[in-house]
Design a protein around this ligand. Structure first.
Ligand SMILES: NC(=O)c1ccc[n+]([C@@H]2O[C@H](COP(=O)([O-])OP(=O)(O)OC[C@H]3O[C@@H](n4cnc5c(N)ncnc54)[C@H](O)[C@@H]3O)[C@@H](O)[C@H]2O)c1
Ligand SMILES: [Zn+2]
Length: 361
C-alpha cells in the first residue's frame, strides 16, 4: 500500500494505492463517513466489471448502496446526465452525512464529483479511479464539472474528495488505447518534474505480465507529482500551469479534429513533441532533449506528429483557446528532462512558431 498525502489547506486528504483495494473501499469509508448511504456513480462498462465487488465491499461495511451507471464516454458529462443524477439522489435520500462514490474514469469522476459538489451545496465525495488517466490526473486536485454544447468543462467546481482509493489491478481490463491515453499524462509528469519517471516511460513503461507492482509505483509517483503541484498552487495560477505541458497545442489538435480522431492523450503527445520543437527554436530546449520524445512516445503507442493537419488551422485554434489570458499564449517548454518553464508568447509569435515547427519532424 502506498499512501500519498494531499495537504490541501482546509481539505486535506490521502490517495491510497494498492492492488486489491477495491475490496476494501467499504471498510476504509466506514470510519470516514457518518451516514449509511453510499451512492455510486459509474458508467455501464465499468459497472459490468467492478460494481458488484464495490457494492459487496460497501454492504459488508454496513452501507446501503444505491448506484447509477451512465453510458460510457464524454457525452455523459452533460446537463441531462447531471440532472438525472440529482433525481436519483433525491429518490435515494442522499444527505450531507452520506457519501457519493465515483467509480470509473474521468467521466464518472468529473460528473459524480460535480453532482456531489452541488447536491445540497456539497456532500462528501470519494474517488475510485479505474483508468490510468483518472488515477494519475483527474482524481487528484478536486476539479469536477460537466461539458456544455459550446465547450468542454465549462461548468464546474472545486470539490476535494474525502479520500481517493486506487486499485491498479483495475488497469488490467483497460483497452490498450485507453491505457496509452493515460500514459501521455505520465510522460508529461516525468518530462516536467521527474526525470526518473521519464526514464521509466523511456524504458517502455510497465513490463507486460508484471504490471501490477510496477503500476503501483508509477501511479503513486504520479499522484505525488500532481498533488505537489496542486497543493502549492490550489487555484491554478502559477506552477499548476506547468501541467499544461503539451496541452496548449494538444487542445488545438482535439478541436480541429472535432475530438474524434485523437484521444486526449494522443493529442497531448503531439503537443508535447511540438512544444519540444518550439523550445529548440526559442533556445530553451536542447536538440538532445527534444529528440528523446518521439521514440519514447512511439514506444508507448502514441503519436508525436500530425502532419496531415493544416498547420495554420492548428495555430489559429491555439490562439482562439478560451483559456488564454490577455492575448498571451503561455507555452510550457522543457529546459531539461524534469524541469520546465512557462513562456508567454504574443499571439502572432505563437501562430508563427506553431506553423514553423509543425511539419518539422
Ligand atoms: N478533473 C480533472 O482534473 C481532469 C483532468 C484530466 C481529465 N479530466 C476529464 O477526464 C475525462 C477523461 O477521462 P477518462 O479517459 O478516464 O475517460 P472515461 O471515464 O470515459 O474512461 C475511458 C473509457 O474507459 C472505460 N473504462 C474505465 N475504466 C475501465 C477499466 N478498468 N477497464 C475497462 N474499461 C474501463 C470507460 O468505460 C470509458 O469507455 C475527460 O472528461 C476529461 O475532461 C478531468
Ligand atoms: Zn491532459
Amino acid at each position: 500500500m502506498r499512501t500519498i498525502p494531499v495537504p490541501i489547506p482546509g481539505a486535506p486528504y490521502e490517495v491510497l494505492v494498492s492492488p486489491g483495494l477495491l475490496d476494501e473501499v467499504g471498510s476504509r469509508l466506514a470510519t470516514l463517513v457518518q451516514g449509511r448511504t453510499a451512492f455510486v456513480v459509474t458508467d455501464k462498462t465499468v459497472a459490468a466489471l467492478y460494481l458488484n465487488r464495490l457494492t459487496h465491499s460497501l454492504e459488508n461495511a454496513g452501507f446501503r448502496v444505491c448506484s447509477h451507471a451512465v453510458p460510457p464516454g464524454e457525452p455523459s458529462k452533460s446537463q441531462a446526465e447531471l440532472f438525472g443524477l440529482y433525481e436519483r439522489f433525491l429518490e435515494a435520500g442522499v444527505t450531507r452525512s452520506d457519501v457519493v462514490v465515483a467509480l470509473g474514469g474521468g467521466v464518472p469522476g468529473d460528473l459524480g464529483g460535480f453532482a456531489a459538489a452541488t447536491w445540497m451545496r456539497g456532500v462528501p465525495f470519494v474517488q475510485v479511479p479505474t483508468t490510468l488517466l483518472a488515477m494519475v490526473d483527474s482524481s487528484v486536485g478536486g476539479k469536477t464539472g460537466i461539458d456544455l454544447p459550446g465547450g468542454k468543462n465549462l461548468v464546474g467546481a472545486f470539490h476535494q474528495p474525502l479520500v481517493v482509493l486506487t486499485d491498479p489491478d483495475t488497469l488490467k481490463t483497460l483497452p490498450d488505447r485507453v491505457f496509452a491515453d493515460g500514459m501521455a499524462e505520465v510522460v508529461k509528469h516525468g518530462a516536467i518534474l521527474d526525470a526518473e519517471l521519464f526514464g521509466w516511460c523511456a524504458a517502455g513503461g510497465p513490463a507486460a505480465g508484471e504490471s501490477t507492482r510496477d503500476m503501483e509505483w508509477a501511479v503513486a509517483r504520479n499522484v505525488g507529482i500532481k498533488a505537489g503541484v496542486v497543493v502549492r498552487d490550489t487555484r491554478e495560477s502559477g506552477e499548476r500551469m506547468l501541467l499544461n505541458f503539451g496541452h496548449t497545442v494538444g487542445h488545438a489538435v482535439e478541436r480541429v479534429t472535432g475530438y474524434l480522431r485523437y484521444t486526449h492523450g494522443e493529442a497531448v503527445a503531439i503537443g508535447m513533441a511540438v512544444a519540444c520543437r518550439m523550445g529548440v527554436r526559442l533556445g530553451v530546449t536542447s536538440g538532445a532533449v527534444a529528440s528523446l520524445l518521439p521514440p519514447l512516445l512511439a514506444g508507448l503507442g502514441l503519436p508525436f506528429a500530425a502532419p496531415e493537419l493544416d498547420a495554420n488551422e492548428v495555430a489559429a485554434a491555439v490562439v482562439s483557446d478560451k483559456k488564454n489570458r490577455s492575448g498571451k499564449i503561455h507555452v510550457i517548454l522543457l529546459q531539461e528532462i524534469g524541469r520546465a518553464t512557462i513562456v508567454p508568447l504574443d499571439e502572432a509569435q505563437a501562430v508563427h512558431m506553431v506553423s514553423e515547427v509543425w511539419q518539422d519532424v
